[in-house]
Design a protein around this ligand. Structure first.
Ligand code: H79
Length: 446
């Protein structure tokens, strides 16, 4: 039985309009976490902070007052939005998400509703506008990250226990609404919002307010894309309402983790946002622990697309506005692979063929062409393909290199081997499969 909810999901199933199709077809995005936390870069008074750099204000080793005065040092003289956008383009990103305001409350745009913004820092200029312009010029769609939780606003509360809390929080809600409408008014080419900091009990009581605000924002920018992390339902449930239906346009629950199977995604649209080290979003000058390689990130990208999601790789520029060399190198390596293999990523998604150990299938949503993205070469050199019944494999060939066509060996009904010549794979390899659906299958391949 399903409950009647005033502020639950307003739609069952995926959005089917052109703006959402564009989102779905991105495949690859860039996240940028930039703010005051880039200045200490994970250190204060010579001490190392091991948590996520953008959370340093919450560390007992750093007095709040010290953090709250960092804005007097925010002067990123090397900030070059055009260079960032060009790098993102070369990497193959088709959308970008920028932190307009993280949990600390510092605004990278000139906000009429607080003094805690770029205009009162030495830098003194809007960051968001030039970024939007530079990315728009490269044809990369811009999304605005916005933290509802705000450690700077006096009305913010994590829970509402007293009448005083409730009154203060009303002021905070008005402030939040003002800032969001301000952002959309200032940056009308914004394609969507990426919300965060919405887990607190106080916000979970705001089903009606958040629902109305989402409607207001959607009126300002028709087709605006908002994920599942914004509004709670009538009972304070997040992402999925009390009936289990997704709220918002796509599932935003995949942070630093990926689904393993299509069932895990419940057939919804989704994105995965991923850090390069284990858990650092903002700039940390001393990355410890494992740092992902370009091939690990490419595999996550491919896996995301194979399960109908977008993969968003995070960058944390430093306090001067530079993107660190490790991230530049990764962007370059991923870009080199994307340049040759983007056909298997862009406009592609899930196909219900049984996954094999060599890697992942993706399928172009328009042409129906299937791609095998091969990460592991089996010891016998043979890649297994199992198709559903009544599929004819018409043509199988390498996406790159000398036009090599494979003649699959049929090893069972609807099951084949294709034999690789290479002794070793140097990079993840893409093989194209053109297939047709037979009404009367005689032989899988002819
Ligand atoms: O912006 C990046 C991170 O800073 C932010 N989201 C990404 C995109 C983020 N990552 N982790 N978190 C926020 C922390 C969430 C912590 C939680 Fe909790 C654990 C929320 C609820 C339980 C810490 C402990 C905050 C409240 C209790």
């Amino acid at each position: 039985i399903s409950m009647t909810l005033e502020h639950g999901a307003h739609r069952i199933g995926k959005r089917i309009d052109s703006k959402m199709s564009r989102w779905r077809n991105y495949g690859f995005g860039q996240f940028i976490h930039w703010g005051l936390y880039a200045i200490p870069g994970g250190h204060w008074n010579g001490e190392y902070y091991g948590g996520a750099a953008e959370w340093i204000r919450s560390w007992k080793g750093m007095p709040n007052e010290d953090y709250d005065n960092l804005y007097t040092e925010f002067d990123p003289v090397d900030f070059d939005p055009k260079a960032w956008a060009e790098q993102a383009k070369d990497m193959g990103a088709r959308y970008m998400i920028i932190t307009t305001k993280h949990h600390d409350g510092f605004c990278l745009w000139p906000s009429e509703f607080t003094d805690y913004d770029v205009t009162n820092a030495p830098y003194g200029q809007d960051i968001i506008g030039p970024l939007v312009e530079a990315y728009d010029a490269e044809g990369i769609d811009v999304y605005l990250y916005f933290s509802v939780m705000d450690w700077n606003h006096p009305g913010y509360r994590s829970k509402l226990e007293t009448a005083e809390d409730r009154e203060a929080y009303e002021g905070f809600k008005e402030f939040t609404r003002n800032q969001l409408l301000e952002l959309l008014e200032r940056y009308p080419s914004t394609k969507g919002l990426w919300f965060d900091g919405t887990w607190d009990a106080a916000w979970k009581e705001q089903a009606e307010f958040a629902d109305n605000l989402a409607m207001e924002m959607r009126e300002m920018i028709p087709g605006l894309i908002i994920g599942s992390r914004f509004r709670p339902d009538d009972y304070g449930n997040r992402h999925f309402d009390s009936n289990g239906d997704l709220m918002g346009d796509y599932e935003q629950g995949w942070e630093r983790k990926l689904p393993d199977t299509y069932e895990d995604t419940k057939g919804n649209d989704w994105d995965c946002v991923m850090t390069v080290p284990e858990n650092q979003w903002g700039y940390h000058s001393d990355w410890r622990g494992h740092v992902k390689t370009s091939y690990e990130l490419i595999e996550m990208l491919v896996k995301s697309v194979s399960l109908d999601g977008n993969f968003v790789m995070n960058f944390g520029p430093n306090g001067q506005g530079e993107i660190r060399k490790e991230e530049r190198q990764l962007a370059k390596e991923i870009g080199e692979w994307m340049h040759k293999n983007q056909k298997a990523i862009y406009d592609c998604g899930y196909i219900d063929w049984e996954k094999q150990d060599w890697g992942y299938y993706t399928r172009n949503r328009e042409s129906g062409e299937v791609y095998m993205i091969v990460f592991n070469k089996p010891i016998n050199g043979a890649l297994r393909i199992k198709t559903p019944a009544k599929i004819n494999l018409d043509k199988i060939f390498d996406l790159n290199g000398p036009q090599k066509t494979y003649r699959p060996e049929e090893i069972h009904r609807n099951e084949y081997f294709i034999h690789l010549d290479e002794a070793l794979l140097e990079t993840p390899k893409v093989i194209v499969i053109q297939y047709s659906e037979a009404t009367n299958q005689t032989k899988g391949y002819d």
